[in-house]
Unconditional design. Structure first.
Length: 259
């Protein structure tokens, strides 16, 4: 079993447990559930920088990145820096995140929030909406074509944006459907954790112009973004580069000002 397989196997158990603890009706009755979502795809389309800044405490590849920050401060810092939106890792076991991080970031900011999670069930999309997310992530590597269709259409029915992440041409070709807003290319191989911007460059020509193109992982310099922009990318997901500093908001602001 590679790390992705382990995470997904654990996720099925976790979601089954969460369903028993918090019924769907309770999620649907939450204050934030009726909130109108803000479109990340629209924000990226209009932006000159396209930065989606991430909150991530740790990861399987890097262990601890930064455990000492207040998620509200990070959210305010990213929004003030001019980021288009914020990605929040909500997986606890492998990334040290939680849904509470999402609700705290929502209380502190008004820009689009992405629930970055290994989504395998519509229940997690209801959670995302109830805790203040505007966008969900779907990962083609762990979902069938039918699952991508069902989950993305369900998210759209709640007024949420959908970012679909792919790693290769096969995943991309099975995933292209009208219920997606953004197609993200992960430059990190989730099985080996090796990173290369060539993945984004190679796949760019196969992504239809109907979708906002997003490049994810391994982007740590302004030069990398300038290298990818000619390939049609409008969004750039940056996590560790900001989170490994004492003030992610300030480092995001410095970075965006250099673009």
């Amino acid at each position: 079993m590679n790390i992705l397989d382990k995470i997904v196997a654990d996720k099925y158990k976790e979601v089954a447990l969460r369903k028993q603890l918090i019924p769907v009706k309770q999620l649907e009755n939450s204050v934030l559930f009726e909130r109108r979502c803000t479109s990340l795809a629209a924000a990226l389309s209009k932006s000159n920088s396209g930065i989606i800044a991430e909150h991530k405490r740790r990861s399987p590849s890097k262990s601890t990145i930064n455990n000492g920050l207040n998620v509200q401060d990070v959210a305010m810092g990213y929004q003030n820096a001019g980021a288009c939106g914020m990605s929040i890792l909500t997986d606890g076991k492998y990334f040290g995140g939680s849904l509470d991080d999402l609700i705290l970031a929502r209380a502190a900011s008004s820009f689009p929030l992405l629930r970055k999670e290994f989504i395998i069930d519509t229940y997690q999309i209801l959670e995302a909406k109830a805790y203040g997310a505007d966008v969900i992530l779907l990962i083609a590597a762990v979902l069938s074509q039918q699952e991508i269709k069902n989950l993305s259409e369900f998210a759209k029915s709640l007024g949420m944006d959908v970012l679909l992440e792919v790693h290769d041409l096969d995943e991309l070709q099975k995933s292209i459907m009208p219920s997606l807003d953004m197609l993200g290319v992960n430059n990190r191989n989730l099985k080996t954790f090796e990173v290369s911007l060539d993945i984004s460059k190679t796949l760019s020509t196969s992504i239809p112009d109907d979708f906002v193109k997003v490049s994810e992982s391994g982007i740590s310099s302004v030069a990398a973004i300038k290298e990818l922009m000619p390939y049609g990318y409008k969004g750039f997901l940056i996590g560790e580069n900001f989170m490994k500093t004492d003030n992610p908001g300030l480092s995001a602001e410095t970075f965006i000002n250099q673009l």
